[in-house]
Write a protein that binds this ligand. Structure first.
Ligand code: AHG
Ligand code: MN
Ligand code: MN
Length: 282
């Protein structure tokens, strides 16, 4: 596991450099989910694959930008799924983006995730590692070291709300839920990048991030392997909850590698509100 985390640290430093100096434009191609790719999606994917290719404890890898699994070492005991550059549609406007990693044993099912890591490329580069607990690290760009900052824990209730998806396509019970939380006093905090949006909620100690099923996308947008399972693992380990509207996200099994699910991440109070609003609905 330490080997994998070290490879992620090295890749993160290189991706951070690429974000600063490489071309930020789109290329004329789409990934398996049908998203238009930017050059940096592909560069980031290549950086990570290269770092992982020499890690003997990794059996196989899959990324949001790859159609199929890449085999590394048949004797390795871990499987790694990753989103090399999350929020890449924000790259041209210089908002924060991230990388997300889920580390699994045996299969890429929610119940088999054993650790997760994400990196935020913002005004600072930060890394959150979820293993036995959830820990925040900060990159010292002078030394290239990630230094430990603190343990992260969610409180019982937060103050901020990050409601994703196209509002015009929200289902009635979802719209009512979001409106009722705003009426309670929640403040809107939504950048359009799940890494900084979920990082904000985690560091502020609570709140709700939602990317629901919508009329046009009945299984939501966010991908189980690359985005949802890693954050579900992090949030649960930090004392929060992660559900699809009804059930624990980590109970899900993807039907295919790029499968998606509606998802809600938050602290206890807000997730209970989601469960009430979704009870007997879709
Ligand atoms: P990616 O850049 O890896 O394709 O993922 C972006 C994700 C996520 O970060 C964000 O919450 C969501 O897509 C926003 O999507 P829409 O703007 O399409 O709602
Ligand atoms: Mn993504
Ligand atoms: Mn991505």
């Amino acid at each position: 596991m330490t080997e994998i985390i070290n490879a992620i640290k090295k890749a993160a430093i290189k991706i951070n450099e690429a974000i600063k100096y490489e071309d930020t434009s789109k290329i004329n191609s789409t990934n398996s989910s049908g998203d238009e790719q930017v050059k940096l999606d592909v560069i980031s994917d290549e950086i990570i694959e290269k770092e992982f290719s020499t890690v003997s404890s990794i059996c196989e890898i899959i990324s949001e930008e790859k159609d199929s699994i890449v085999k590394i070492n048949p004797a390795g005991k871990y499987l790694v799924a990753y989103d090399p550059l999350d929020g890449s549609s924000l790259i041209d406007v210089n908002l924060s983006v991230g990388s997300i990693f889920g580390i699994y044993k045996n299969s890429f099912d929610g119940e088999n995730i054993v650790a997760s890591v994400y990196v935020v490329y913002g005004p600072r580069v930060e890394m959150v590692i979820a293993r036995d607990n959830v820990e925040l690290f900060k990159l010292d760009e002078k030394t290239g070291e990630f230094t430990y900052q603190k343990e992260l824990r969610l409180k019982e209730k937060g103050k901020v709300l990050a409601p994703g998806g196209t509002q015009k396509e929200w289902l009635a019970h979802h719209k009512n839920l979001i409106e009722s939380l705003f009426k309670e006093g929640y403040r809107l905090r939504y950048s359009g990048g799940m890494v900084p949006d979920l990082h904000q909620i985690l560091l502020k100690g609570g709140g709700l991030f939602a990317y629901p099923a919508t009329h046009d996308k009945q299984k939501g947008k966010l991908r189980m392997l690359f985005e949802v399972f890693p954050f579900a693992y992090t949030y649960k380990l930090a004392g929060g909850l992660a559900i699809d509207g009804h059930n624990d996200l980590l109970a899900l099994r993807p039907d295919f590698l790029h499968d998606t699910t509606p998802c809600f991440f938050g602290s206890d109070y807000e997730i209970k509100k989601v469960l009430q609003a979704y009870h007997n609905k879709g």
